[in-house]
Every structure is written in structure tokens, then in C-alpha cells.
Ligand binder design. Structure first.
Ligand code: DCP
Ligand code: MG
Ligand code: MG
Length: 672
């Protein structure tokens, strides 16, 4: 599979086979005519999914912080771009992602605020999700300002309590209908969904002071598509009978959520440009080009069919921060930038309360061939002493030590004595563990939402793909990537933080799919010169002693301590050589997939997305370098076991006590 295919596969991966739905779409009228509208069925006959998208999100946050900005045209600026603007400014011709100079030309009285520090946006974003979750736990975040919610159960409950079909009504708009001609009693579930949406929007406005739009439909794809029909601060229901209309109104295949740049390009090469083109294209022909499952998914998408579940988002699995620039070419600047990024990231990490186990540094070099999309990373474990400082009052000390670690990683990638030209630096904490679990290398992610917020603190079962990385701030892509190619030369802001892709509903667009991030895992167990031999003896065989030598002495000592070596069982300690996985499915590239992490050879992966890389290499599925699998243990089977079981097994193997049988050699992965 070539890179494009991988990316395309990924764009589509979450839009799973749901052709059955399209073959037999739910008929609201049949429900009504059979009289079941008011008789609650035990199993919901169809889902009710809400999609919320806040109005001019960053601008609203700024207006809450400074109410004087409410009545002026306001633009939120990152580098030279207006990433969003309030509706007063929109009324005067300013648009999202306009350059500052164009915006000023359109609206000379435009007031600008700098939006490069995402702290307030991030905090508000989580408050919104938390508030929604207090009504129903099935909430999935999409970027900073969007949430899906599956309210099917709530609707069913309400339906049971509703005796009279005549009392149904729609709140807000109904797509392609005037309120009068849409008969709510024919669509009782969607009608009730519209009431729930209105109530939730009112709660968000009342409690947090934010307005937003909502879409109400039978799946995520349709809810997302319909929610922006009337803006701002309005909501729209999509009836099943109008699915064809809304799909037909999309101006091109790229407008279909889930169809990314690569897919659209390939479709275009087949002469398929409009939604209609793809709808009528024979499935068999499509399957010849894309393979059966992808072809099917594509067909489903253009038919408005999507059975992907709303997957509760959970806490991010990593926290990161980054900045991009036109040119950075001195080590001094690199140190300063890393220091600056670390100061704020460590603060965020401290607020989060968990202790990171892994630190990663990512750089992007300027090259003429691949100007913007080539990232390289090195990562290393974080000694417990530093981890503890992060979560304590010794934050500043932690920053100093982390800067020093970061610079060692930097030197593994860049020869500081030669010329270099960087355009981005990203730092990331991952493998976040609850306190107490950190030392043992075990533990689960706790509720991110319970860290700062209100007394209502829903506990989440985190999904696997959460990443508080620089991506998807706007619900699709990160700022930097979402800026159009013409604008890219200005090197966007990307002080970061987004959650990465939400499991089950990943929107990929534009150039993010082209991003080629090279991540090499770096063996980082270290020894001071004086103790080099003894230390080297203690190092696992595939650890690079050279890297070890580069680290500060106290870190080396700690890393050599038995406690720490023991905890390393959750790391892959390999030297960084990069290769591209040849058989990469979109799923295996995803975070948390054992198939992607159980590479007991040199572990390194060329990923197509930052967010995948962010998360994909942190999971405790690797054979620890100081503990080999017994000969008859199938690594793939091992990878399917829960992390705590793996840990236990590994410690038992260390004592040479356990021999596992090899039950099968099937591949791990989705559905296995
Ligand atoms: N954002 C960003 N960079 C982008 C796009 C968006 O930083 N390239 C940020 C700013 C937005 C926020 O994400 O406020 C949400 O993005 P939306 O696309 O939802 O835009 P808004 O919420 O600002 O406006 P709208 O009212 O159109 O939803
Ligand atoms: Mg928005
Ligand atoms: Mg949005």
C-alpha cells in the first residue's frame, strides 16, 4: 500500500460498513403508521445523534474574558491569520482564516486579539464537554468546539413517558421544511431529540455563557452536516426523507466528512467529482480501485449512511505543545524555544495531575522537496524523580532537567555544529499515568475532566485515541495544517493543544493527510563515563549506550536504579531506525492498537499523522528489552492481553517460571 492509500484508508477507516442501513433505511412514517410512535419499543429502532458546534469559538471565549469586545468586530489572530472572528466582524466581510491584512482591508476597525495561547480555549472546551456529559455520558469530542452526543436512550425514556402523539413538536429548524409542514408526530424521536438539543444549548449558554449550533439526525455524519445549516446559535433537525437532499447539496466530494484529500484525488482520477458521481458509480468498479470494504464505506458516506458509534472521549492520552516558525537555525534559539514550550506544558501537566512516563521531541526541518510535512521525533522515558517534580511544586526544576533531556534528543537528530533549518518544534508528554501507578509502570488514565472542574464530575471510560495534541482545534485539523497552502508561507501559529482524533469519528482534511511524520524511538538508558562499563553491562542489549552517555549524570543514575529498570517494562527501548510499515491498516496505525506496537525488532514507524505518532508508540505492548519472550510465546497473542496481565507475565518470565502456549498466530487488531 502506498502512502496515499494508507492515508486514504485512514480517512475512511471509521466509516465502517453500514451498507445494511442504507439498504433498509429507517422509515419514520412506518413507525408512525404502525402506531409505535408512542409505544416505546424495547430496542431503539434508530439512533438520535446530536452534534454541537460552538459559535466563533475562540472569539466567544475572548468576549467572555473581555465583554467590551462583544459589540466590536473582533478577530482572533495567530501569526498572520485570523483563525476566527465574531459575527459582528463576519457581518463586515471578515471570514475565518483570512490573512490579517485582507481582514483589515475589509474592516479597518477590526479589533485583534492574539489567540496563540490556547489555554483558555482548551479549558472552556473541556467545560463544555463536561457539562454535556453531566446529562448523558455518551459524548464524543471532535476538536475543541464540537461534541457528538448519542441521546437515543434519553429519547426512548421520554418516548415512554409521552402518551399523546399529538403533543410532539420540533424545536428549531427542520432541514428543507418550514416548521409548519414538518409533522413532528411522524418523527417522534427526532422531535424529542430537538428538544433535548435545545435544552442542552440553553444549559451551555446559561452555565458557561457560550452559544452554539446543533444538528439532530440519525447518525454522526448527518448530524454534523446539518448542524451548521443555520448559524449562529440555531439548531436544525434532519429527517430521513431529506438525507438525499443534504448529500446532494454538498459542493463536492471533499465536503463529505471522512473523504480526505487523498481519497478525493483518487476519486477524481476516476472522473468522480460530485457526490452524485459517486452515488451512481458501480460498487464493483469502485471496489476494483479501492478494495471492497473501502468502496463500500465510500458508497455509504455519499448515501449519508454512518453507523459509527459515539465513543466517549475520555482524557487525552498525551499532552503536547508546539510552535512553528519560518526559520530556526541556532542551538541557542532551540534551547529557548524548548524551554518556553516546556514551561507551559509542565504547568498543564501539573494541573492534569497525572505523571507522564515518556517525553518526546519532534522537529520539522525545512527541505525544498517536502517543505512542510516532514517531522522527526525522538523520545525517551522520564525518570520517576523528574515525573514527580512535574506533579509537585518543583516544576521549575523539572523544566531544567527536561530541557537538558530534550537537548540530548535534539542532538540525536540534528548536528548542531552544521547548518540546520527548523520550521517547527513540538514537545509531548505521553504514557500519562495516575500517581502511584507511575512507579510500577501500570495504571490507567483517570478522568481528565475531574481535574479542574465543577462538582459534577463524570468518570469516563477513556477511548484509546485521545491526545491533547496540536491537532483538530477546530474540529478537523490543527491550525497550522488547516491554513491554506497559499497562506502557509507565513508559518502559522501552532502553540498547541487539541485532542487528537476522536476514536470513531476522525475528520481528516487538507494537507494533514500528507504529513509524513517520522518517529524514531530512541533508546535512552544512560551511563556516565566513569561507570560506563558497569552501566553498559546493565543496559538491555538493544539499548544504545551512546545515548545513555549523553544524559546528565543524575538521570543516568536514576535510570540505572533497579526500580526504574523494572518500570521500563512498559517501554520499547530501541534505537531509532525508521521504516514504513508495509501492511499498515488505518486501525493498526491508531493509538493503542497492539498490532502497531508489538514490533520487537527496531521499533520505528513512519506515520502519516502527527496524532497517530503521538500516541501510537506509548503502549505497554512491547517486549521489554530486559525480558525476552519465552520461545513458544506468540508476540501477537501477547499483544492482545490487557496491559496489567502483560506486566505480570513479564515479571514472571523474568523469573523464568512461565511458559505460555501459543494458541494461534492470527493477527491482532480490530475484530480479532
Ligand atoms: N481554529 C483554528 N484554526 C483553524 C480553524 C479553527 O485555530 N484553521 C479554531 C478557531 C475556532 C475554533 O477552532 O474558533 C473552532 O473552529 P470552527 O471551524 O468551528 O469555527 P468557529 O467556531 O470559530 O466559527 P463557527 O461559528 O463558524 O463555528
Ligand atoms: Mg464553531
Ligand atoms: Mg467547529
Amino acid at each position: 500500500m502506498n502512502n496515499s492509500d494508507d492515508e486514504m484508508e485512514e480517512e475512511l477507516s471509521e466509516w465502517k460498513n453500514s451498507f445494511v442501513d442504507s439498504a433498509a433505511p429507517f422509515s419514520t412514517s412506518s413507525v408512525a403508521s404502525s402506531g409505535s410512535a408512542v409505544k416505546a419499543s424495547s430496542a431503539p429502532s434508530h439512533r438520535v445523534i446530536l452534534h454541537f458546534d460552538l459559535d466563533c469559538f475562540y472569539a466567544q471565549v475572548e468576549m467572555i474574558r473581555n465583554p467590551a469586545l462583544r459589540c466590536v468586530p473582533l478577530g482572533v489572530q495567530q501569526k498572520y491569520i485570523i483563525v476566527t472572528c465574531n459575527y459582528v466582524a463576519r457581518g463586515r466581510g471578515v471570514t475565518k482564516l483570512m490573512s490579517v491584512s485582507d481582514a483589515k482591508e475589509k474592516c479597518p476597525e477590526l479589533v485583534l486579539v492574539n489567540g496563540e495561547d490556547l489555554t483558555h480555549y482548551r479549558e472552556m472546551s473541556y467545560k463544555v464537554t463536561e457539562l454535556l456529559m453531566s446529562y448523558c455520558p455518551l459524548v464524543e469530542r471532535l476538536g475543541f468546539d464540537e461534541n457528538f452526543m448519542d441521546v437515543t436512550e434519553m429519547v426512548e425514556q421520554k418516548l415512554k413517558q409521552t402518551a399523546e402523539p399529538g403533543c410532539f413538536s420540533f424545536k428549531g429548524h427542520v432541514y428543507n421544511h418550514s416548521s409548519a409542514d414538518a409533522k413532528a408526530s411522524d418523527h417522534p424521536r427526532l422531535a424529542l431529540g430537538s428538544h433535548i438539543a435545545a435544552e442542552l444549548r440553553e444549559a451551555v449558554r446559561g452555565k458557561l455563557g457560550l452559544t452554539g449550533c446543533a444538528g439532530i439526525a440519525t447518525n454522526k455524519l448527518l448530524a454534523k452536516l446539518v448542524s451548521g445549516t443555520f448559524k449562529p446559535n440555531q439548531q436544525t433537525v434532519l429527517l430521513q426523507e431529506n438525507v438525499g437532499d443534504i448529500m446532494g447539496c454538498l459542493s463536492g466530494l471533499r465536503k463529505v466528512p471522512g473523504v480526505g484529500h487523498q481519497t478525493a484525488k483518487k476519486l477524481q482520477s476516476l472522473g468522480l467529482v460530485s457526490v452524485k458521481d459517486l452515488q451512481v458509480y458501480p460498487l464493483n468498479d469502485l471496489a476494483r480501485q479501492f478494495g471492497g470494504p473501502t468502496a463500500q464505506r465510500l458508497k455509504n458516506l455519499v448515501l449519508g449512511v454512518d453507523d459509527s458509534p459515539v465513543t466517549p472521549s475520555g482524557a487525552p492520552q498525551s499532552l503536547s505543545d508546539e510552535d512553528s516558525f519560518k526559520k530556526m537555525s541556532s542551538t541557542k534559539e532551540v534551547v529557548e524555544k524548548i524551554q518556553q514550550l516546556l514551561s507551559s506544558l509542565v504547568e498543564r501537566m501539573q494541573k492534569d495531575g497525572r505523571q507522564p512516563q515518556t517525553f518526546r521531541l519532534t522537529i520539522r526541518r525545512f527541505t525544498t522537496a517536502n517543505k512542510w510535512f516532514s517531522r522527526e521525533s525522538r523520545q525517551c522515558p522520564i525518570p520517576n524523580s523528574i515525573g514527580q517534580k512535574i506533579s509537585s511544586e518543583n516544576r521549575e526544576e523539572a523544566v531544567v532537567q527536561l530541557v537538558s533531556m530534550a537537548m540530548k534528543l535534539f542532538q540525536k537528530m540534528v548536528d548542531g555544529s552544521a547548518d540546520f533549518h527548523l520550521t517547527l518544534i513540538n514537545i509531548c508528554f505521553s504514557n500519562l499515568q495516575t500517581r502511584g501507578a507511575a512507579v510500577s509502570g501500570r495504571g490507567a488514565i483517570t478522568s481528565f475532566f475531574t481535574q479542574n472542574a465543577s462538582p459534577r464530575k463524570p468518570q469516563l471510560v477513556p477511548s484509546q485515541n485521545q491526545d491533547d495534541s496540536p491537532r483538530n482545534a477546530g474540529g478537523r485539523l490543527d491550525t497550522q495544517i488547516r491554513i491554506s497552502p497559499q497562506q502557509k508561507h507565513v508559518a502559522s501559529k501552532s502553540s498547541t493543544s487539541s485532542e487528537g482524533a476522536s476514536h470513531g469519528f476522525k475528520w481528516k482534511q487538507d494537507s494533514v493527510v500528507e504529513e509524513n511524520q517520522t518517529t524514531a524511538c530512541c533508546s535512552e538508558v544512560f551511563c556516565p563515563d566513569a561507570t560506563a562499563n558497569t552501566a553498559a553491562d546493565q543496559l538491555p542489549p538493544d539499548v544504545d549506550p551512546e545515548v545513555f552517555k549523553l544524559l546528565p549524570e543524575e538521570i543516568q543514575k536514576e535510570l540505572l536504579s533497579p526500580l526504574f529498570l523494572n518500570s521500563l517494562s512498559s517501554y520499547h527501548l530501541v534505537s531509532g531506525v525508521t521504516h514504513k510499515p508495509t501492511n499498515k491498516s488505518s486501525d493498526s496505525e491508531r493509538i493503542g492498537d497492539p498490532a502497531n506496537t508489538l514490533d520487537t525488532s527496531n521499533r520505528a514507524t513512519t506515520m502519516s499523522h502527527g496524532e497517530n505518532v503521538m500516541e501510537g508508540d506509548e503502549l505497554p505492548f512491547h517486549q521489554p528489552s530486559d525480558c525476552k519472550f519465552p520461545g513458544n510465546v506468540d508476540p501477537e497473542v501477547f499483544s492482545e492481553l490487557p496491559p496489567d496481565v502483560q506486566q505480570e507475565l513479564m515479571s514472571e518470565w523474568k523469573q523464568q517460571k512461565l511458559i505460555l502456549k501459543t494458541p494461534s498466530s492470527r493477527k491482532p487488531g480490530r475484530g480479532s
